[in-house]
Design a protein around this ligand. Structure first.
Ligand SMILES: NC(=O)c1ccc[n+]([C@@H]2O[C@H](COP(=O)([O-])OP(=O)(O)OC[C@H]3O[C@@H](n4cnc5c(N)ncnc54)[C@H](O)[C@@H]3O)[C@@H](O)[C@H]2O)c1
Length: 449
């Protein structure tokens, strides 16, 4: 270094700077050659730290990965939902464009009637809709869906002869029609007892509204009355001339008396205003499309037997009922509407069963002999005998039932079997099924309408 300074021939300041520079360089050299003083550490600890670091990094990478997977899963679920929505839309569009309706008899304008069916989305109303639509008439179904279902008439939706209107018959309703089948009313005891005041309004105000409409447009009106107007009958079998034995204050009165006053109103409109009326006194009817929560004996027995549960008979089970298959009823209603006969007519099947025998027949048809038949106390005002005298229907309408009860039961059992297979069918025993307005109904079983 001294040699270098001499060789440069530097002045004093330069010499000082050179000395300072040389010392600094020396210090730097020492530091570099010895290394910066650091904490002493053994190699084992170094390795452990490295491993922990690596674990932490892997864990965080894994968490990121899981988060990404979850996000992807959510996106896939969303895409799946979207796909199924689109598939359904496509299906709807296809159905709309292919018009796969049941076949309909062609009719010209003069021959085609415009028909209103109140309560047409219910059990009986939907079968009547099918029959009148197939005959080529224009059918408007008006229903508030209290017990009726869109599903019952969905196969006609978009047919040019068909219209479905959500309306409560208690409110006035205007439409131009030639005939009115007035069926709107809950029919099974759990349904009509669910809201007795509404049942009364439906049968009184609703019937007045329909009679007023019939008067205004000159339509003929058929009232779906009931064998319940005979109450607990003291005459057997029941002819139309029997005035009945109804308890006006009992639990069934909202329905029984509602139908009795509805009949009275029909004949008042006929006498005073010249409205053409037809009154069908319908006896117990069964068949596919009965409400799964109907609560009447046919559906109760079938549902219990299909589920291998004891079949409940109220009282001793010696009380009798007669049952008709729904297609016979529909034929009878149309025959009555098209007849010149305006007095009340019984429409029912005189084949009479005791409740115990009926339970046994259903058990046999379901094919489960192990199912027990149990007894519970009789219900209030339960009629002891019910069988229609159908002489009038035979004479004036040329009508009588054609379907054997056993054949009808086979079809009905198949229908309930399918219904119970639906994922939403919650019927354990026919009770507690989502009822009208989606509420649970927990009323006692009854052995008939
Ligand atoms: N099924 C039977 O065994 C039987 C026996 C005798 C009489 N009837 C009578 O036949 C008719 C049909 O009975 P069903 O067995 O099909 O019963 P259901 O309960 O299946 O049908 C009745 C229909 O009327 C509708 N309805 C009720 N209240 C209404 C209102 N306020 N406004 C508009 N629609 C209303 C319901 O939503 C339902 O679609 C009823 O009038 C009933 O009294 C039936």
């Amino acid at each position: 270094m001294g040699v270098t300074l001499r060789a440069m021939g530097a002045d004093t300041a330069s010499k000082k700077f050179a000395v300072f520079f040389a010392v600094s360089a020396l210090v730097l050299l020492v530091v570099l050659t010895r290394g910066v003083p650091i904490e002493p550490m053994n190699s084992q600890q170094l390795k452990e730290d490295d491993t922990e670091d690596a674990i932490r990094r892997s864990e965080s990478a894994l968490e990121d990965h899981v988060r990404n997977l979850e996000k992807t899963q959510r996106e896939m679920d969303k895409a799946k939902r979207e796909l199924s929505r689109l598939k359904q839309q496509l299906l709807d569009l296809r159905n709309a464009s292919t018009n796969t309706f049941p076949s309909v008899v062609p009719r010209n304008e003069f021959d085609r009637k415009r028909i209103l069916i109140t309560g047409g989305a219910g059990f009986v109303g939907s079968h009547l809709t099918d029959a009148l639509m197939k005959q080529g008439h224009e059918v408007t179904v008006m229903d508030n869906f209290f017990t009726g279902r869109k599903k019952n008439v969905e196969h006609w939706i978009r047919h040019p002869n068909f219209e479905l209107i959500n309306h409560d018959v208690v409110e006035p309703f205007m439409i131009e029609v030639d005939e009115i089948y007035h069926l709107a009313s809950p029919a099974s005891p759990p349904h009509y007892m669910y809201n007795p005041i509404k049942t009364i309004k439906t049968n009184t105000l609703g019937t007045i509204n329909m009679l007023g409409l019939a008067k205004r447009v000159g339509a003929r009106l058929l009232l779906a009355s009931t064998s319940e107007v005979y109450g607990n009958p003291t005459v057997h079998p029941q002819p139309e001339t029997y005035f009945g034995n109804v308890n006006p204050d009992g639990p069934r009165a909202c329905y029984d008396e509602g139908k009795r006053i509805a009949e009275t109103m029909c004949y008042a409109y006929q006498k005073q205003s010249g409205v053409e009326v037809r009154v069908a006194r319908i006896f117990n009817t069964f068949g596919p499309r009965m409400h799964i929560g109907d609560g009447r004996v046919v559906s109760n027995f079938i549902i219990q037997a299909l589920q291998g549960q004891p079949m409940t008979v109220y009282g001793e089970g010696k009380q009798t009922r007669s049952f008709q298959y729904v297609s016979d009823l529909v034929d009878g209603l149309m025959a009555l509407m098209n007849s010149d006969f305006s007095d009340p007519v019984n429409i029912g099947n005189p084949e009479e069963y005791t409740m115990v025998d009926f339970a046994k027949s259903i058990r046999e048809l379901v094919g489960d002999p192990k199912v027990e038949i149990t007894h519970k106390p009789a219900t209030q005002d339960d009629p002891q005998r019910r069988r229609p005298d159908i002489t009038r229907a035979k004479q004036h309408l040329g009508w009588e039932p054609k379907v054997k009860v056993v054949d009808g039961l086979k079809k009905t059992i198949e229908y309930f079997r399918r219904e119970l297979e639906q994922p939403s069918a919650r019927a354990a025993d026919g009770r507690g099924v989502g009822g009208p307005y989606g509420h649970q109904i927990h009323l006692p079983y009854v052995n008939e309408e």
